[in-house]
Design a protein around this ligand. Structure first.
Ligand SMILES: *Cc1c(COP(=O)(O)O)cnc(C)c1O
Length: 221
């Protein structure tokens, strides 16, 4: 029988200890989120600023909210006061605005860089050249209020498990290269956000530390 608590328990019992679960609650009701919270799930992910803010305001404050969807610079100010992790940073311009809002609030904001894994051109995210340009920039090196904690990526929407595996593996490889080149003395650069309902077991095999799961917890949207 379908239950949010039962689904959570089944998924969580299969996660290795180094992997945290982001329950993706987009489009789902406050009641469904409260049911998950009662079952011990504290981290929730949303992909739209307006919905994220509305849920933050109406739900218990112990929830850790993660922004996982495409973020426009002009909307950063609405989530900067409370967001725990932004998974979807895909430009220097966006990171500059996050730093500006963090500075105003004197609140360091934790972020991941979103990497484009698949060649499907509908996907957001940066390539390695763009990431190097961002990390080498004067602007990034003088930011005081962003903390880059790792990388995020989405695999292609396909049944080809080998392709998915290769995409996650290349993200992990890029993570290791960036870690040694830019973050070797930064213990907080440690997160690899990869894996959704359809591919999280593969993502975990390839080194994920954060899985973002919606449908397998809350049902179809
Ligand atoms: C919706 C979404 C998920 C969760 O997808 P499911 O297939 O429902 O588990 C994960 N990551 C991002 C960025 C999403 O937008």
């Amino acid at each position: 029988m379908f239950s949010v608590a039962g689904n959570l328990q089944r998924i969580k019992s299969a996660l290795p200890p180094q992997v945290r679960l982001v329950a993706v609650s987009k489009t789902h009701s406050a009641e469904a989120i409260l049911e998950a919270l009662a079952a011990g799930q504290y981290i929730f992910g949303e992909n739209k600023v307006q919905e994220l803010v509305a849920k933050y305001e109406s739900l218990p404050k112990e929830i850790e909210w993660h922004m996982i969807g495409h973020l426009q610079s002009n909307k950063v100010k609405f989530i900067a006061p409370f967001v725990s992790l932004i998974h979807s940073v895909d430009s220097l311009k966006l990171l500059e605005e996050i730093d500006r809002q963090g500075a105003k609030l004197r609140r360091p904001i934790h972020c991941l860089l979103e990497i484009r894994l698949s060649t499907e051109d509908t996907k957001f995210g940066m390539n390695r050249t763009e990431v190097d340009a961002l990390l080498d920039s004067f602007s990034y090196r003088h930011m005081g209020y962003v903390r880059l904690c790792g990388l995020m990526g989405m695999a292609a929407y396909t049944d080809d498990i080998q392709q998915i595996k290769n995409e996650f593996r290349s993200l992990h490889q890029m993570f290791k290269e960036l870690k040694s080149r830019y973050f070797s003395d930064k213990e907080y650069f440690k997160e690899l956000s990869m894996g959704m309902s359809g591919d999280y077991t593969t993502a975990i095999e390839e080194g994920s530390t954060l899985v973002r799961i919606g449908t397998s917890i809350f049902g179809h949207r």
